[in-house]
Each structure stands twice: as C-alpha cells, then as structure tokens.
Design a protein around this ligand. Structure first.
Ligand code: GUN
Length: 280
C-alpha cells in the first residue's frame, strides 16, 4: 500500500513559514487577480487563493471582467496593474472567454509580476535553467518530491498531459532534476506502453480514471493533478486511486494532494515578487 503524499499538510507548513516571514520582516505583498467571464470552477479557485492570501498576510484584490470583455480592455487592465507600483503580482485566471487571446494577455504581464510563470520570458528562463517564476503546480509538485526525499536523478518520469500550465513546465522541472522525461498526450499511440516502466507518473489530463493499476509498475510514484467529479459529485483525480495505490510506493490523494500546493507556491511567488521589487 502506497504512502500518501500529504500536500495539504506541506502546503500549510509553507503558508505558515511565509506568514511568519511577512510578519517578521513587515512585508506588504500584494496580489491582483483578474477573473474574466463566468467560469464557476475559476470562481472557486480564486476564492481559495483569496483565503490563502488572507492567511499569509498578502493583500488581495480581485478584478472581475464580464464575458463580453474585449481583448483591448483586458490588455488595458494588465497595463494599469503593470504600472501600479503597489501591485507585486498579477494573475490572470485561466480559462478566459472564447474569442480572447490568453497567450497575448500572459505575455503582456510584466515578467517581474508574473507570479504564475506563464509569460514567455519566464517560460524561457525555466527552459534554460535560470531563476524566474516557476508555474505554481509543477513547482508545488517539486516541493512534494523534496519533502518526501524522492530522488529523481536518472529516474524515468512520464507526464500525461501537455498543457502550458502543468505538463510542459513539469517536464522542464523534472529534466532539471536529471530525470528522463516522456510527455504523453491525446495523440500518444499506446499510453500503457509509455507508462509501464515509469518510476514517476504525473497525471494532468482532466479525465477521471485514465491511469489504471494495470498500466503502472510496482513501486511507482504517482502524482495526480486531476480535478474531476465522480458520479456522486465527489472530487476525484485522473488516477484510479483505489487500485493504483495498492501498487504505488507513494501517491497524492485528491483532494489534499497537489491542489493545496499550487496555492501555497502562488503565495511563495507573490512574496518573492515583492522582495524582488526595486532590486532591478
Ligand atoms: N487555471 C487552472 N490552473 C491555473 C493556474 O495555476 N493559474 C491560472 N492563472 N489559471 C489556472
């Protein structure tokens, strides 16, 4: 039976340390969140980010834009927040309404306020191994590996899902820790074949039960980024937890695994942005 990777507990520790730092050094970090459109899941995520900010002592301001927002209006708001010296971090919650260009918007966020790490400048920094902002979910997963002393060097790591938010930056993080990385996606011919020898699997697809026990080897480390609902409406991941956990050495639960770590690393990035201010 696998040991649970308790992201909830680790995230709490990280938030607590950040809170102490903010108090001790009398920091005044400030996060601006843009929520554009009416995505219900996004509203929940933003509410959770707001709660975490309150706890750590980060000032939080939400900018709500309607579904009909034009690209120019979104870019104008980003420009305004870029120029506002009191704002340390800017987060544009994804997804945004159809017809808007999210990549152009991410690229408009000043790299030094880009706490999500989605601006191409920070994407490039991560790729070449320089210090920048690392996207919060992969960063949180790396912190889990560190906490549980899971060594990645020379290990076979398979990522399922190639999103810009999780899959691709996750590959860079694993590579920087000397894992041999495979990225699987919807056009992968034989997922089972790709996963069978993997020492580490990161599932970030958004489909329930896509990773089954007969696809993984004994002793595998499984990280589940999925956030799905089962037939009873209960939160569940991409992994068939009940059966895979019998073969794995470590596994993240959903909820209580990766999700809270994403938010903790956002808090970390906002404090980092605040501390960087004025150093350039
Ligand atoms: N939507 C889903 N995950 C994320 C995230 O980490 N950041 C942003 N901005 N939007 C998201």
């Amino acid at each position: 039976m696998a040991e649970l990777l308790n992201g909830k507990e680790l995230a709490k520790e990280i938030r607590q340390k950040l809170k102490e730092k903010v108090e001790k050094e009398q920091l005044t970090p400030n996060l601006a969140v843009i929520l554009c459109g009416n995505n219900e899941a996004s509203k929940v995520y933003v509410r959770n980010k707001s709660k975490a900010c309150d706890e750590v002592g980060i000032k939080f301001k939400e900018y709500l834009l309607p579904n009909e927002t034009k690209q120019e209006e979104l870019l104008e708001l980003i420009d305004k927040l870029n120029q506002d010296e009191s704002v340390d971090g800017i987060l544009l919650q994804s997804p945004i309404p159809k017809g808007l260009n999210i990549q152009e918007a991410f690229a408009r966020i000043s790299p030094e306020k880009d706490v999500d790490g989605f601006n191409p400048y920070n994407v490039g920094k991560l790729t070449i191994g320089e210090d920048g902002f690392i996207p919060c979910t992969p960063y949180g997963i790396m912190k889990i590996f560190e906490k549980y002393k899971i060594d990645l060097e020379g290990k076979k790591a398979a990522i399922v899902g190639r999103s810009n938010i999780v899959g691709k930056p996750m590959a860079q993080c694993l590579l920087s820790h000397n894992a041999t990385v495979t990225i699987c996606h919807s056009k992968t011919k034989d997922l089972k074949q790709e996963l069978k020898d993997a020492d580490v699997i990161v599932a970030a697809v958004g489909k329930r039960n896509i990773i089954k026990a007969d696809m993984v080897k004994e002793g595998v480390v499984v990280i589940d980024v999925g956030m799905n609902r089962n037939d009873e409406g209960k939160l569940c991941g991409d992994v068939d937890f009940e059966n895979v956990s019998k073969k794995a050495s470590y596994i993240t639960p959903v909820p209580g695994g990766v999700g809270p770590m994403t938010i903790a690393m956002l808090m970390n990035n906002v404090v980092k942005a605040h501390l960087m201010k004025g150093t350039k």
